[in-house]
Design a protein around this ligand. Structure first.
Ligand SMILES: CCCCCCCC/C=C\CCCCCCCC(=O)SCCNC(=O)CCNC(=O)[C@H](O)C(C)(C)COP(=O)(O)OP(=O)(O)OC[C@H]1O[C@@H](n2cnc3c(N)ncnc32)[C@H](O)[C@@H]1OP(=O)(O)O
Length: 223
């Protein structure tokens, strides 16, 4: 049952949004291409006024490597409806992606992802907001697990298609201060049949502090 739900949820995750298009979203997955006539969903992976200077600086650095540098910016919406073509959920139903469920910019998960297919890496620039507090002034460990899972998961999805997380191991080395900027750097290390093994490190914006090291095992669906 769960497996079938996962299949449905993750079916056809290849999504491309034409940046010029104001009123259409083009989704394609094997054999089917559809154009939804709807208002262009907001891509939350663009800078907003709450991004600090380190977040902005890193964003510009990765963006500069998107033109011929092997990286591409990954769009980020606040519902899976916009992420998944042919979503089985009723589009009118109000669901929110966990990492995009707060209305006010800067309060929760502020992040932006970049993908490098040749290196099998997904990098997430992450600025945890005040509503992600765990220890006073620092980010909750569950939120850290979430951004690791989301980053490594997105990397696995972009490389392999639909996956579900089967195992997530994290060593928390140094706390992450709320409002700081960190780099979540994941890599697909190997693929064995349906198993996709990834590693993920979180480092400070200037690379001087290792915050976490982790491994995440994803299982491919639809094979
Ligand atoms: C969600 C939104 C997505 C949007 C995508 C948009 C595009 C990208 C944008 C944004 C990215 C966001 C990305 C978000 C990422 C979030 C991901 C989650 O939070 S997922 C929720 C938490 N995870 C579960 O709830 C799984 C629950 N578990 C299951 O459903 C099943 O156990 C499942 C599917 C993992 C495997 O079940 P089976 O029945 O299909 O397969 P079996 O036969 O059990 O396992 C297959 C192989 O894997 C090994 N395996 C399975 N689990 C293992 C484990 N824990 N450790 C080691 N090996 C394991 C087995 O031993 C087997 O290996 P042998 O083929 O025999 O060699």
């Amino acid at each position: 049952m769960l497996r079938n739900c996962a299949r449905l949820l993750l079916r056809g995750t290849a999504l491309s949004v034409r940046p010029q298009a104001v009123h259409s979203v083009r989704c394609s997955f094997p054999g089917i291409t559809r154009t939804f006539a709807e208002e262009q969903p907001r891509d939350y992976g663009f800078p907003n006024a709450t991004w600090n200077s380190n977040m902005m600086g890193l964003y510009q650095t990765y963006l500069a490597q998107c033109n011929g540098g092997g990286w591409r910016k990954i769009p980020s919406y606040n519902t899976t409806v916009h992420h998944i073509a042919g979503d089985p959920l009723d589009p009118a139903r109000e669901t929110r992606l966990f990492t995009r469920n707060l209305d006010q910019d800067g309060d929760g998960f502020e992040y932006c992802m970049f993908y490098n297919k040749a290196e099998r890496r997904m990098v997430c620039l992450f600025q945890p907001g005040p509503y992600l507090e765990g220890p006073p002034g620092y980010t909750h460990g569950g939120c850290i697990a979430t951004i690791i899972d989301s980053t490594a998961g997105a990397g696995a999805v972009y490389l392999c298609g639909s996956v579900m997380t089967a195992n997530l191991n994290i060593n928390y080395k140094n706390p992450i201060r709320l409002g700081s900027t960190v780099i979540v750097d994941s890599k697909v290390e190997k693929i064995e049949n349906r198993k996709v093994y990834t590693t993920c490190h979180i480092r400070s914006h200037d690379d001087t502090v290792l915050h976490t090291e982790s491994t995440v095992l994803f299982i491919k669906l639809n094979v």
